[in-house]
Design a protein. Structure first.
Length: 445
């Protein structure tokens, strides 16, 4: 009987110990919250947006505090005690303004503390050393003559007073990045920008710069718009043979065109495919070599070739009296002999060499610092991406691939993915007055 009682006592003690352990394990949670900062940073300017995610999968978030710590003092950005256990995942979108908090320029610590609802009050801490820098960069525009043609190119030379995360020229809604040049008397930046075809004297042009802390600066660029002849408008009659031939070619290349009529294919290619191709070209030209690759002289024009269409021409396509669509010609068509040699207009790196929709077999060269050239409708391509070609090096042969009605070369120049008039780049006087002289003047300053 005594053994039975003792056995029962042992069992009860074991059960109580097990229950106590289970209670301790469940109730006294040991797991700390998780803190995530979406984009870690090491510099804060006059204002910085920061996203912080706090997670606690078990007991939930009890309280949190976000602060800048400087000189032993905590400057609270945001903090709260949460009344309920329901918050297991909380996201903060913060706008940190050191000046408003009373934080001075210099070293500081960005701190996040999160405590959960466990009786143990598990606390997670995220800390990162940061530099507070609320002084914006200053911009000095060094180049003076910005005489531009609608649809052309302009070079701006400028200097900034401190290290910047990004800088360049903004014209209308487009941004053209600047590239640092280390001269004999110090560093300066250059930025080529594309002059809009609809440029007016009131179109704003400015250099912008943003430092690592997010402080920004703007300096206006005085621009003189030359009076030039308006771009041509033309009506292009589309033949049955062209429709049939191109419909078959594009149906093979694009499954979306399988059950469409030749007229529907033409309209689809001229609108949707054209937009897709131009978006891809912008993507290809989004990155450029930081140094100049081209040799500084005028770009080569295709030998013994007659121009068949000019940059900026506005075309309306008509089939049997019915409009099929319109387009703007963003290059110069040059016709020579069939399958004539197509040469690199200047030294550059091949960044694209493949079929590209309306452009057919196409090669794109990066000449550095945002300058690109494009060669379209080729019958053959003799280079591969990654190759560095010399001025006059053969890229392929002319043809009629893509949206072309006959053998020719479609040649384009681009600045950071925006098409510009090639005629300027073929002109040694334009190169001298608008590029070389500006760079030489920058070296003297």
């Amino acid at each position: 009987m005594k053994r039975s009682v003792k056995t029962i006592q042992y069992v009860l003690i074991a059960v109580l110990l097990a229950a106590g352990a289970a209670f301790t394990f469940v109730y006294l949670e040991w797991e700390k919250p998780v803190i995530e900062v979406d984009r870690p940073f090491d510099t804060i300017g006059s204002a910085r947006s920061v996203a912080v995610v706090m997670k606690d999968a078990k007991s939930g978030i009890r309280s949190y505090e976000v602060a800048l710590v400087q000189g032993g003092k905590r400057f609270i950005v945001e903090g709260a005690d949460l009344p309920e256990k329901g918050f297991h995942d909380k996201r903060l979108q913060l706008e940190i303004s050191p000046g408003r908090l009373g934080v001075k320029d210099g070293e500081a610590v960005f701190s996040v503390r999160v405590t959960d609802f466990s009786p143990l009050r598990n606390t997670a801490v995220y800390e990162a050393k940061v530099k507070v820098d609320q002084v914006p960069p200053r911009i000095a525009v060094l180049s003076r003559a910005h005489n531009v043609n609608a649809g052309g190119t302009c070079l701006v030379v400028y200097r900034v007073t401190k290290e910047v995360a990004a800088s360049g020229v903004k014209c209308q809604d487009s941004f053209f990045p600047g590239y640092e040049v280390r001269g004999q008397k110090g560093s300066y930046f250059i930025a080529y920008f594309a002059v809009p075809r609809d440029m007016t004297p009131s179109t704003p042009v400015a250099v912008t710069a943003v430092d690592k802390g997010g402080n920004s600066a703007v300096a206006a660029v005085p621009v003189y718009l030359r009076k030039t002849a308006p771009f041509m408008s033309d009506t292009v009659a589309v033949s049955d043979s062209f429709l049939q031939q191109k419909a078959a070619e594009f149906q093979q290349a694009d499954s979306r065109l399988a059950n469409k009529s030749p007229q529907e294919i033409f309209s689809f290619v001229n609108s949707t495919v054209r937009q897709e191709n131009d978006a891809k070209i912008r993507s290809i030209c989004a990155r450029s070599a930081p140094e100049r690759i081209w040799d500084g002289d005028a770009f080569l024009r295709m030998k013994n070739a007659a121009p068949k269409a000019l940059f900026g021409d506005e075309r309306t396509y008509v089939y049997r009296g019915v409009p099929l669509g319109s387009s703007v010609h963003l290059g110069v068509d040059l016709a020579s002999l069939a399958q004539a040699a197509v040469e690199a207009a200047n030294a550059g790196k091949v960044v694209f060499a493949d079929f590209l929709g309306i452009y057919g077999n196409c090669v794109i060269l990066d000449h550095g610092q945002g300058v690109f050239s494009l060669y379209a409708h080729l019958s053959t391509i003799s280079v591969k991406p990654g190759e560095v070609v010399s001025k006059g090096g053969q890229l392929g042969t002319s043809g009629a691939t893509g949206f072309a009605g006959g053998d020719h070369l479609h040649f384009s120049m681009l600045v950071s993915g925006v098409f510009v008039d090639p005629k300027e780049w073929w002109d040694p006087h334009w190169i001298r007055d608008n590029v070389t002289s500006k760079l030489e003047s920058a070296e003297d300053l």
